[in-house]
Design a binder for this molecule. Structure first.
Ligand SMILES: [Zn+2]
Length: 421
């Protein structure tokens, strides 16, 4: 278990307070007006609403952050570019392909460059905790995992690109954290720890890998973040952490027994006022269909394991979402940052469009108060606000997919998206 208080000061603190005083309260008011008893309870009053809005836990979530390979080559301290892929043998080529597709990248870029317009969104939304799936090893190791084909690494000298966005917690149970062997994993964990970034999902044994990151949110409670992976996302079974063996927290299957085992881990940690997040790397890279076992598993995590939010990822594009018993399930958050700009294929899924998810939860119950999404586009290895046309396209697709799960997605005039349920 790792602990760190999320201390933010100065301008950020001011923006947080001002955002809570405007966006949050207004949002709670509008929801109360729209949803009546469903949103605010039978005895909902202006005072209660205001309290709910100010005490809400505000989470930022995104899918895969892949800052290795081509992006690593654009950052101030590029690592060894050698690759062991079937067709491309240097990471520099991914940088060149991106430049051929969309124009020059002003390399070396500074550490905050890659976050682009997302930084303004962080200031405006002022989340208490920011959670991402870090889809790369952070290492100088040359011990690539043989036979894997794709091996992502970022030089530890570039770790400041993660802290530049104030990411509080990196989920590591995924199919790339061990791409450069056990030494690579150890260096990844060490690099993040030294940068004071919380991690979950990988460790030097099963206890460490399955332990949650626990983040204090002053005046509100704690965010307890578990990170787990399924073989369906391409994690080799040999990567599973075990007693005395390093690796990732890999679940065997989506069975009731697995839920029971996970529930025991949650109940050992969860206390009143905690918001528990299960961050899970599952399923394939492309496609909208949500496998039945995934949905059942997500429901059981909420019903039987005390989970308040399911943060799913692995798909390269956002997928449908659901609110089940007042708890949010994101089945696939999509990629958030990657070096794929010069790679063709699967254009219909618009993998260049990514989403910032801002969820507000009531700490006492973990219920979802609202979910707002800000569409972005990856251009020149950087996030920029998506155009109104692209935001509209995403809204339509996500509304189509989420409506199958009982939720709706609406686009607002400012190009942000909101979930209705
Ligand atoms: Zn993955």
């Amino acid at each position: 278990m790792k602990q760190r208080s999320a201390d933010k000061v100065g301008r950020r603190e001011f923006l947080k307070v001002s955002a809570a005083g405007t966006l949050g309260v207004l949002s709670a008011f509008s929801r109360a007006a729209e949803a009546g008893q469903q949103s605010m309870g039978q005895a909902g009053s202006v005072t209660d609403d205001r309290q709910t809005a100010s005490s809400a836990v505000k989470l930022f979530l995104c899918g895969d952050v892949m800052t290795g390979r081509g992006i690593d080559q654009a950052l101030p301290h590029p690592g060894d570019p050698r690759l062991f892929e079937p067709y491309i043998t240097t990471a520099v080529r991914y940088l060149e392909l991106a430049e051929e597709a969309n124009g020059p990248i002003p390399k070396p870029v500074d550490f905050s460059y890659i976050w682009g317009d997302a930084l303004d969104q962080f200031d405006c939304m002022a989340p208490d905790v920011k959670i991402a799936n870090l889809e790369t090893a952070v290492t100088r190791s040359n011990e690539y995992w043989p036979g894997k084909g794709i091996n992502y690494r970022m030089n530890p000298g570039n770790i400041a690109c993660i802290t530049a966005a104030g990411i509080d917690c990196c989920a590591l149970a995924n199919n790339h954290v061990l791409d450069w062997g056990y030494n690579g994993l150890a260096e990844t964990l060490r690099s993040l720890r030294e940068a004071r970034v919380n991690t979950a999902g990988a460790g030097s044994n099963l206890d460490e890998a399955s332990a949650p990151a626990v983040i204090n949110i002053p005046g509100k409670g704690r965010a307890v973040i578990f990170s787990l992976a399924s073989e369906t996302s391409g994690v080799p079974w040999s990567w599973a952490a075990a007693p005395g063996k390093p690796g990732v927290y890999l679940i065997r299957d989506f069975s009731a027994r697995t839920v029971r085992e996970f529930a025991a881990k949650v109940s050992a940690v969860k206390r009143q006022g905690d918001v528990v997040i299960a961050s899970i790397h599952w399923g394939g890279n492309w496609g909208y269909e949500i496998p039945g076992p995934h949905r059942t598993f997500a429901h059981r995590l909420i019903d039987r394991a005390g989970v308040d939010l399911v943060h799913g990822h692995s798909s390269h594009h956002p997928r449908g979402m659901e609110v089940y018993r007042n708890k949010l399930i994101l089945y696939g958050c999509g990629d958030f940052l990657n070096d794929y700009e010069g790679i063709s294929g699967y254009e219909a899924f618009r993998g260049d469009l990514t989403l910032m998810y801002f969820a507000r939860l009531e700490p006492a119950s973990g219920r979802l108060l609202d979910l707002e999404m800000r569409p972005m586009q990856i251009r020149n290895f950087r996030l920029k606000r998506a155009s109104s046309q692209d935001a509209g396209w995403l809204a339509k697709v996500l509304d189509r997919e989420s409506s199958k799960l009982g939720a709706r997605v609406e686009a607002r005039d400012d190009h942000s998206l909101v979930l209705r349920w």
